[in-house]
Design a protein around this ligand. Structure first.
Ligand SMILES: NCC(=O)CCC(=O)O
Ligand SMILES: [Zn+2]
Ligand SMILES: [Zn+2]
Length: 350
């Protein structure tokens, strides 16, 4: 016999009534459901025209040659794919210090943009803009001639030389048919340079500028570097990507890129950085906030599911719903093809 009595619940304490039924549980999303239109699918384009190469560390993803692209994309468009983001993977092209193959007329992403804009006129074509896949040193910009006195192994990039070069590459992609250019280098001043280059050449109101505004120096990019062959030859990217603990710096970068003319602001990676996603949505509520669920996050979720730790689909939904809850309205994810199926199925996990 207990020696105390339990007080009746206050009316405001009774929450279960609102989500006891699967249909009612769906109503509790504050009006924000995942939709097919939110997803942007990252695709790797090889300079081997017949490539269809498995990427061991990125299960289910391949490097695609230009001749295989239409056959790969057509069924996805049929299922409701609205948007892709292209990454060039030059395996054979000669790389140099300024990343010349980035805007060579024969570079794989330029060929892919020309092809896809012809074959799938409704598909929104975004293109990553960076030099790291194209430079011989594997860094994202043009190196500074001044050595870094603190650590010889850690490069410094020359922002003044890099920004115009990156703008030149972005313009070449716009000319090839990109609806959206997305600079991922984190170089100071590149958003402004790109916006001006687009405006001066008649693309100011025809091309969306999506900034990788808060890109952190993360351990989660490994499989991507394997897929894209873009690991730096020496040093790391800490001089230009944000330190993981740098919330203030991320907020400054978001505000800066909005002020410099970005149309969409991206945060990347996602799961360890949901506070930054929320910051992005509240600091710049008039800009769409995009998130990139990067290669390591994808590979981790797949690996955990294969180990039987959780259900793959449930985990993919849970993470992506977290991004939307935090404020994202665009999701770059390697799960995009699966979501095109999953979003047609009845939800049984709610
Ligand atoms: N610019 C793209 C990356 O740096 C990496 C993305 C990923 O890991 O999926
Ligand atoms: Zn890069
Ligand atoms: Zn440094």
């Amino acid at each position: 016999m207990s020696s105390f009595t339990v007080a009746p619940l206050e009316i405001s304490s009774v929450l279960h009534g609102g989500y006891h039924h699967p249909v009612a549980r769906r109503y509790q999303n504050n009006g924000r459901n995942l939709t097919k239109g939110m997803f942007m699918y990252p695709i790797f384009i090889s300079d081997d025209p017949d490539a269809e190469e498995i990427v061991a560390t990125l299960p289910g993803q391949k490097r695609w040659g230009i001749n295989k692209l239409e056959g790969f994309i057509a069924p996805l468009v049929q299922k409701g794919l609205k948007s892709v983001i292209l990454f060039g993977v030059p395996m054979k092209m000669e790389k140099d210090a300024r990343g010349s193959p980035a805007d060579d007329p024969q570079t794989p992403v330029i060929l892919a943009l020309q092809l896809l804009s012809k074959k799938f006129p409704q598909l929104f074509l975004a293109c990553d803009v960076c030099l790291c896949e194209y430079t011989d040193h594997g860094h994202c910009g043009i190196m500074s001639e001044l050595p870094n006195p603190l650590h010889s192994n850690m490069p410094t990039l020359d922002a003044e030389k890099s920004a115009p070069r990156i703008a030149e590459v972005a313009l070449a992609y716009a000319r090839a048919g990109a609806h959206c250019v997305a600079p991922s280098d984190m170089m100071d001043g590149r958003i402004r340079s790109i916006k001006l280059a687009l405006m001066e050449n008649g693309y100011g109101n025809r091309v969306t500028l999506m900034s990788y505004a808060a890109k952190f120096a993360s351990g989660l990019y490994g499989p991507f570097r394997d897929a894209a062959g873009s690991a730096p030859m020496y040093g790391n990217r800490k001089c230009y990507q944000l330190p993981p603990n740098a919330r203030g710096l991320a907020r400054r970068a978001i505000k800066r890129d909005a002020a410099e003319g970005a149309d969409i602001l991206m945060v990347k990676p996602t799961l360890p950085y949901l506070d930054i996603v929320s910051d992005c949505a509240t600091l710049e509520p008039d800009h769409p906030c995009a998130v990139y669920q990067v290669s390591g996050e994808y590979a981790m979720i797949v690996a955990g599911a294969e180990k039987g730790i959780y259900d793959l689909k449930q985990m993919a939904f849970e993470t992506c719903e977290g991004f939307v809850r935090a404020g994202a309205s665009i999701i770059l994810s390697y799960f995009t093809p699966q979501f095109l199926d999953w979003l047609d199925e009845e939800r049984t996990d709610l």
